[in-house]
Design a protein around this ligand. Structure first.
Ligand code: MTE
Ligand code: MO
Length: 202
């Protein structure tokens, strides 16, 4: 079957990797922040896992560095239609944090909290089994403040609003409740391949 290659700004490797309605943003990385960018020293940062867990646990920057590191190599997708291909983030898997805290049987959702007050909700199943990280490096360099440094959440298989910048707390809950953007019209789950952009989308 003949294939006609039309004019395209897309890099060849974007074929098949762009979810519907997304474009390849190339080398750029847009910044999307609802609040003022906080300047948080690594030494002042910590993350807590609490709510419906057997062992509520808080890790400081030094303590999180002692955990086994884990990297993500792949793409990220923003609901504003940019996709960034071939990103590399390094941090720790949420599986590691959750295993330490011990989710209770009733825990079914996670509310991710930023130290700024930003929140986003996720089914527990979307942040377990190697699907989510807290990360402090992008392309081998410390994550910059504008992109959520020192440490942000990374849930790359969902639209990027789920990846809370300046992450400080993961609260395990039984009943789903909307976070910041989910209360402002965004879809509850946000799967880019299903184009779950806004409430009412599939
Ligand atoms: N704390 C916080 N986290 C946030 C946001 C925000 O406004 N505040 N914006 C979200 C949205 S809509 C997107 S697309 C990504 C943007 O991340 P970036 O600025 O690193 O591209 O962060 C997400 N996490
Ligand atoms: Mo976004």
């Amino acid at each position: 079957m003949p294939v006609t290659r039309g004019f395209s700004r897309r890099r060849p490797d974007s074929a098949g990797r762009l979810p519907p309605g997304q474009y390849d943003t190339g080398a750029g990385w847009p910044v999307l922040t609802a609040e003022a960018t906080p300047r948080i020293e690594r030494e002042a940062w910590s993350i807590g896992v609490d709510g419906l867990v057997d062992r509520p646990t808080t890790w400081t920057w030094d303590e999180v560095q002692q955990l086994p590191t884990s990297s993500y190599s792949g793409d990220i997708h923003c609901v504003t239609t940019w996709t960034k291909l071939d990103t590399v983030f390094t941090g720790v898997s949420l599986d590691t944090l959750l295993a330490a805290a011990g989710p209770q049987a009733e825990a079914a959702f996670v509310m991710a909290h930023s130290s700024t007050g930003y929140t986003t909700n996720l089914p527990l199943a979307d942040v377990t089994d190697g699907k989510a990280w807290v990360v402090w490096e992008f392309d081998g360099k410390p994550l910059t403040a504008e992109h959520g440094g020192p440490v942000r959440l990374l849930v790359p298989h969902l639209y990027f609003w789920k990846s809370a910048k300046w992450i400080s707390r993961l609260e395990l809950i039984a009943q789903d409740r909307p976070g910041f953007w989910e209360s402002n019209g965004y879809h509850d789950r946000g799967d880019p391949w299903l184009e779950q952009r806004y409430q009412g989308d599939a």
